[in-house]
Design a protein around this ligand. Structure first.
Ligand code: NAD
Ligand code: MG
Length: 414
C-alpha cells in the first residue's frame, strides 16, 4: 500500500519543475480552521512570504472578529462559517471588501476543492474536519493535514482517497512531520522495502508527567490546558495532558506510514526538541529536531520540497544542555493504552474512541466530569461499541454518532 504518492508522481503533479518557476508561481491556499492555533501560525508563515503563498479561502467557527481581521489582511476570495447568523455578522464586518462569505459544511467542502487552490491546510479540530479534508483529497490537492482526527476516524478511507485522486499528503502534526522528514524521499508506504524497523514518536509527557498519581483526581481544566512546551487549542491540550493525543498520533502514524501497530513506539522526551525518529534495520536512527514551534512543520509542508524561513528561533543545543528520554507509564496515562487497544481491535474502534474522547474532553472542560472520568468514559464506551462495523465511511459516521450518544448518556447518568 502506498502511504504517499511516489516522489516522481508528486513532483510531476504539484511541485514546480524548477526553482525559478516556483518563484514565479505563488501557491494558492485554503486554510480550514484559520482562527485556531494552527491557522494563525499558518498565516504567520504565509505573511512572511507574500511572493510564495496567496490565500484564496479561510474558515472559522466562532471568532468572527478575528476571521474578519484575517480577511482584511489576506484578502481571500472566500470566507466560510457554519452558522448563518455569524455569516451575516461577518458580511457586515467585510462590507466593501472583495471577500465573499459562504456558509455551511458544503461551503467548507467547496473551498477545499476549488480549482484555483493548490494546497489545503486542514486545521479544523475534531471529527468536524473530516468532510472538508476528504473533499481536498478527492480534488487531488496538496493536503496539509493537521486534523489528526480525520486519520483516526477514517484512516483507511482517507488514504484510499489520497491515492485514488493523486493527492499529496503532508503531515503537519510535529511528530509525523518529523517522521516524514526522517524517511527516505521516495518512501512509498512499504516499511520493509526501505529497511524501516520502528517509528519512535516522542511525547513531552504533558503537565502531569511527574505529578503524584494520587492527586490526578483533582486535576482542573486550567491545569490540564497549561502545556509546558506548546501553545495549542483547548481540546488538543487536554489530550496532551492525558496522552490521548499520543494515542491518536499512534493511530495517525499507522495510516500515514502504513506501519504495523507494533512498529510504532512512544518515548517520553520532556524537552520537545526531538520531534520523532525513524529506526532502520542497520541500527541507524534518524530524527528531526527543532524548537517546539508549529511554524516549522507548517513552513516545511507549505514550501515542500523547498525550504522557507518560518520565523522560528534557531536551535541552541549547548544552551539546552541535555535532551532526556524515558518510557511512558501506562498506569499514569491509561488513555494511551486505550488507543493501542482500539488500534488492535480495528474496525470502528478508533472512530468510537475518538468520538467518545471529544465528548468526554468537552464535558471535562465544562466541569461536568473529573479528569479521571475521561479515561473511565472511554473505556466504558469502547467496551460497548468497539465491535461496530467499519465497512464504509457511512458505517464510521454511524459509529461516531453512536459513540457520542453513548458517551453523553454515560456522563449524564454518572
Ligand atoms: P483550535 O481549537 O485552536 O482551532 C480549531 C479551529 O477549527 C478554529 O479555527 C475553529 O474555528 C475551527 N473549528 C472548531 N470546531 C469546528 C467545527 N465544528 N466546524 C468547523 N470549524 C471548527 O485547535 P488547534 O490547536 O489549531 O488544532 C487544530 C487541529 O490541528 C486539531 O485537529 C489538532 O489535533 C491538530 N494539531 C494541532 C497542533 C497544535 O500545536 N495546536 C499540533 C498538532 C496537531
Ligand atoms: Mg503532535
Amino acid at each position: 500500500m502506498l502511504a504517499f504518492a511516489p516522489p516522481m508522481a508528486r513532483t510531476n503533479r504539484v511541485a514546480p519543475r524548477s526553482t525559478e518557476e516556483h518563484r514565479m508561481t505563488p501557491r494558492n491556499l485554503t486554510i480550514l480552521g484559520a482562527t485556531g492555533t494552527i491557522g494563525v501560525n499558518t498565516l504567520d508563515v504565509v505573511a512572511r512570504h507574500p511572493d510564495k503563498f496567496r490565500v484564496v479561502a479561510l474558515s472559522g467557527l466562532n471568532q468572527i472578529d478575528k476571521l474578519a481581521a484575517q480577511c482584511r489582511q489576506f484578502q481571500p476570495r472566500y470566507a466560510v462559517v457554519l452558522d448563518p447568523d455569524k455569516a451575516v455578522t461577518l458580511q457586515g464586518l467585510l462590507a466593501g471588501s472583495q471577500t465573499e462569505v459562504l456558509v455551511g459544511m458544503e461551503a467548507l467542502e467547496f473551498i477545499s476543492a476549488l480549482p484555483e487552490v493548490d494546497s489545503v491546510m486542514a486545521a479544523i479540530v475534531g471529527a468536524a474536519g473530516l468532510r472538508p479534508a476528504l473533499a481536498a483529497a478527492r480534488a487531488g490537492k496538496r493536503v496539509l493535514l493537521a486534523n489528526k482526527e480525520t486519520l483516526v476516524m477514517a484512516g483507511r478511507f482517507f488514504m484510499e482517497a489520497v491515492r485514488e485522486h493523486g493527492a499529496t499528503l503532508l503531515p503537519i502534526d510535529s511528530e509525523h512531520n518529523a517522521v516524514f522528514q526522517s524517511l527516505p524521499a521516495d518512501y512509498n508506504g512499504d516499511p520493509a522495502r526501505h529497511g524501516v524497523r520502528r517509528i519512535l514518536l516522542t511525547a513531552s509527557g504533558g503537565p502531569f508527567r511527574t505529578r503524584a498519581v494520587e492527586t490526578l483526581k483533582d486535576v482542573t481544566p486550567e491545569e490540564a490546558v497549561a502545556h509546558p512546551n506548546w501553545v495549542m487549542g483547548k481540546k488538543i491540550s487536554v489530550d496532551s495532558a492525558s496522552m490521548m493525543n499520543k494515542g491518536l498520533e499512534v493511530i495517525e502514524a499507522r495510516w500515514l506510514f502504513n506501519a504495523r501497530p507494533e512498529q510504532i513506539e512512544v518515548v517520553i522526551h520532556p524537552q520537545s526538541i526531538v520531534h520523532s525518529m525513524v529506526e532502520y534495520l542497520d541500527g541507524s536512527v534518524l530524527a528531526q529536531l527543532s524548537n517546539p514551534d508549529m511554524r516549522t512543520p507548517i513552513a516545511h509542508s507549505l514550501a515542500y520540497p523547498e525550504r522557507v524561513e518560518a520565523g522560528v528561533n534557531w536551535l541552541d543545543l549547548a544552551k539546552l544542555g541535555q535532551l532526556t528520554f524515558e518510557a511512558p507509564d501506562f498506569a499514569r496515562f491509561p488513555c494511551l493504552k486505550l488507543a493501542y487497544q482500539a488500534l488492535a481491535a480495528g474496525a470502528a474502534a478508533p472512530a468510537v474512541l475518538n468520538a467518545a474522547n471529544e465528548v468526554a474532553v468537552a464535558a471535562f472542560l465544562d466541569r461536568r466530569i473529573p479528569y479521571l472520568g475521561i479515561a473511565a468514559s472511554l473505556e466504558s464506551v469502547l467496551g460497548r461499541l468497539a465491535g461496530m462495523a467499519a465497512d464504509s465511511l457511512e458505517d464510521l459516521m454511524v459509529a461516531d454518532a453512536t459513540a457520542r450518544r453513548e458517551a453523553e448518556s454515560l456522563i449524564a447518568h454518572g
